[in-house]
Design a protein around this ligand. Sequence first.
Ligand SMILES: [Zn+2]
Length: 851
Amino acid sequence: MMRFLFLLIFCACITSVCGQTAPGVSYALAHYRSRILTDIHYDLAFHLPAEKETPVQGEERLVFHLATSVGEPLLLDFKAPAEALYRVRVNGRSVQPVITKEHLALPADLLHAGTDTVELGFVAGNSALNRNSDFLYTLLVPDRARTLFPCWDQPDLKAVFTLMLTAPAGWTVMGNAPLEDSTAMGDSCRYRFKPADKIPTYLFSFVAGKWSSTTRTVDGRPMRFLYRETDSTKLRLSLDSIFRIEGQALHFMQGYTGIAYPFQKLDIVAVPDFQFGGMEHVGAILFKASSLFLDSGATREQFIGRSNLLSHETAHMWFGDLVTMTWFNDVWMKEVFANFMADKISNITLPDGNYDLKFLVDHYPAAYSVDRTAGTNPIRQDLDNLQDAGSLYGNIIYNKAPIVMRQLELLVGADAFQHGLRDYLQGHRYGNAGWPDLLQALQKYTKVDLAAWNAVWVDGKGRPVLSIQSEGDKDGIDYRIVQQGEDGSDRLWPQVFTTAMIYRDHIDTLSVSTDARVMYLARADGKPLPELGLPDFNGYGYGLFSLDPHFTHWLLEDGMGRLGPVTRAAAYINLYENMLDGKAVTPVQLLAFDRQALTREPEELDLNLLLDQLGSIYWRFLTPAERKAVGPGLETDLWQTMLRVPAGNEKKLLFRTYGNIVLSKEGEDRLYAIWKDQHPPEGVKLSEDDYTGLAAALALRERPGYTDILREQGERIQNSDRKARWQYLQAALSADTAVRDRFFASLQDPVARRKEAWVLTALSYLHHPLRTAYSEKYLAASLDWLQDIQHTGDVFIPQSWLAASFGYYQTAGAAKIVTDFLERHPDYNPKLKAKILQATDNLFRVQKIVK
Ligand SMILES: [Zn+2]
């Protein structure tokens, strides 16, 4: 609807688009430019100084084809202070360099239909350069290329970039394209890269600085890997796996899509404290270093996470990079297909894994964490201006969308689905396309009405409540599943899953297709009433499944031994959802259940799920008095189970949870002794990061002498990046409230927030559940700054900031801060408001379900 409106008013808008500039890149401006601009070439030169405070100078030669002469100035995007632009020449004629509302207006009378050339001299903005003392990397998604250099910063104006970098001698550089040549020039070196493949501005990238480098042949092509990790154990245990997974991912993607790797080269970089998991820059993919380098103490979840991450970014080379969304409202498409492919690839890279179980624990809890809230959003959202694109990202596109896509694949069939995807990629390669284009490609291969399916799953938000109703006597039973929107609506969510009728001596499973409000399960005719109905048996169902209040009792007495790991995981997830809904089980009851179940759960991923839930209930949904009552017994259970279970990974998960919930003096002493002697419990492997976490845990508990612990931990850390991070975190760990107050106040300055991964860890310390009583006073400012945080930070920061700030509050006072803020700002940016409602959902649920 929104989109249609835009088109209608477009003609009337042309003057205002060009004449009255507005900040950002509006849809109307982008649409206008994409109609008149083609054959765009950026020749870019950046001069990178050794000192991170010295500005980066840039020169640009922009050549393009204009379809028609223009009656109004043509806007280039450049979000920079006025003095940053010092030279502009249009077709050889000098122009006064003026930046108005983040744009540079190219005079219409100097442009002409055909090929035009613009030459620019400028100071590159620092905000997307991620400058550290001896390395930097660009991160321009979704619309931050315009902070680095003047450009048309929209995904459907793909261009050829030719890059030249001048960097201090001894630095390593990497760009989207292979290196053409390099020239030593005294204490610096000039690198010229070949013209890159045609890419959108958000995928333009370079990396420079002091890096270690390894090159190997992967799936028949050379792949270079840059990293700064210095831990020889991590390197020894990780390098082979990283290259192997990359090779398997490439091989799978080429086979599945039928399209050979479509770009000139593929290199990878492990960035310390990278603000995302990874970023799919063509030819030079960036990854969060700590997700790639694992040691022998890594858990199964970490191995799966690494495989998924490498596969996800590799899959983007086709989904997102080769075919790019036309506008960022369809950013979810590249994310869902990257995740969808990653799930398939991890099935190959981790062959011992249970695909359905991994899928379930990876995606369902995260999807529900947003979709159950009042702030949830559809998978596909409108976007008026690219400057708001960051607010589109979140668990709905990363985790609900893969679930929905798996359902779509089930619905149309795996072969038809693959054919549709291949047609879509082939038809739009090196170009742009949107969701309607893919639906069209798929519709060719199926009779399913995709439009109706799309309306509820992709354009709609929220989830259904699915409950079993049954009655019967000896002549037969009536067994049915009823669906209704969680919001009370009568919408239908068509999906396919398996439900189960549980009898004393066997389990009957029935396939359910939820195409009506009431599903009468015909196959149930003639059966006796079951002991219990289990609505979601195979873990494919999406929604809030109402559970029988006796369910936890049955699981512990009988069920855990009779159900497989996927069904158990689905049961644990659904129990948690029921608790949040105030039904079937209270927080205290569910914690008691988790506590017993974890002592018997044999599957690592299921155990991990139980422990995550337990930690969440313990800190979020128990009152401090309840915590005090159950704490000592819980600590004993976790410790004893840890000693008893045979597998090292499970021991580690249990130890980690123990360290998370410890409140007793005895437990604290135990953690201190382990940290001090670096002597972990038998069979548990602890890395430097684990000891850093222990030191932080002891500081948060304000153990006497904690400052010495923090100092000593700092001395133990050898890697310079991790040392700098630890230094930064000291203020947030301090027991001195004045130090913490000053630190929090400093975060108002965008420069202080630049290292987002550090900021988020610091926030988790400031707002640790043991400190919420003191830190509640930070919440109002945390909301007041949110809009500025969105405009100055990377895409995930608004929601991460909110989650790290509000995650553990329980009081009515904290809830009131949120409601007051929303009342005071009735016209607040709706997408940001939704993020607030998502992040504070638990806080409001606590008011209802914790008595
Ligand atoms: Zn992605």
